[in-house]
Design a protein around this ligand. Structure first.
Ligand SMILES: Cc1cc2nc3c(=O)[nH]c(=O)nc-3n(C[C@H](O)[C@H](O)[C@H](O)COP(=O)(O)O)c2cc1C
Length: 186
């Protein structure tokens, strides 16, 4: 069975972006095509990247914390899903820590030129405001974050104008979209 790893990047329990991602996961589970691993980033003990660059020797980060198991999971995954709220036009701090630790994958791919299997990526994001450029910076970050482990951003669900905890539950169209997307992925 294929493996999907889903990262929840919201700092709050029951966050809007988490609800969106959980609907996607519901669809994935109903399709019965994937073994699913759900990771709540706020629960991990994970240091930011410290730029030690010991990863240049092996392609593996040497900081001994929860990233070590995340690294193995990402390596063995066929599909990676990520959710984050918009925070100052960027991803959440929890998500950014994960992104920066994946510099070790960048080193593995581009510096050490090691082979990595191709993966598909899906991204879910929610912000309070409605500006046309709200997701521009974030989409660039996510695209290059995914690329570190050879993952192509296939589809995103981006929701504007949602702020209060759980407010996304009033937007059934997005929940349905996320569920259907989860059900149809290969
Ligand atoms: C620290 C912080 C920064 C935020 N920055 C932005 C922002 O730049 N643009 C925006 O539209 N919303 C911003 N928001 C609002 C959140 O994106 C919004 O409440 C979202 O629904 C939270 O998603 P979550 O429930 O998944 O955490 C910010 C919220 C916080 C707490």
């Amino acid at each position: 069975m294929k493996k999907l790893i889903a990262f929840y990047g919201s700092p709050r329990i029951g966050g809007n972006s988490s609800i969106l991602l959980s609907k996607f996961i519901e669809g994935v589970r109903d399709s019965k095509k994937y073994e699913v691993h759900e990771i709540i980033l706020r629960e991990l003990n994970m240091s930011p990247c410290l730029e030690i660059y010991k990863c240049k020797e092996t392609g593996r980060c040497i900081i001994n914390d929860d990233f070590q198991k995340i690294y193995d999971l990402i390596e063995s995954a066929h599909t990676v899903a990520l959710s984050s709220p918009v925070m100052f036009y960027a991803v959440s701090a929890h998500t950014k820590i994960l992104m920066d630790r994946c510099q070790s994958f960048w080193v593995k791919k581009y510096f050490l030129k090691k082979e990595m299997s191709e993966k598909d990526g899906y991204f879910f994001c929610v912000g309070a405001t409605k500006g046309i450029k709200l997701f521009d910076g974030i989409l660039m970050s996510v695209k290059y974050f995914f690329d570190t482990f050879n993952c192509k951003l296939k589809e995103s669900i981006l929701v504007r104008g949602v702020d209060e905890k759980g407010e996304i539950l009033k937007h059934n169209e997005y929940l349905k979209m996320a569920y259907e997307l989860g059900k149809k992925i290969d």
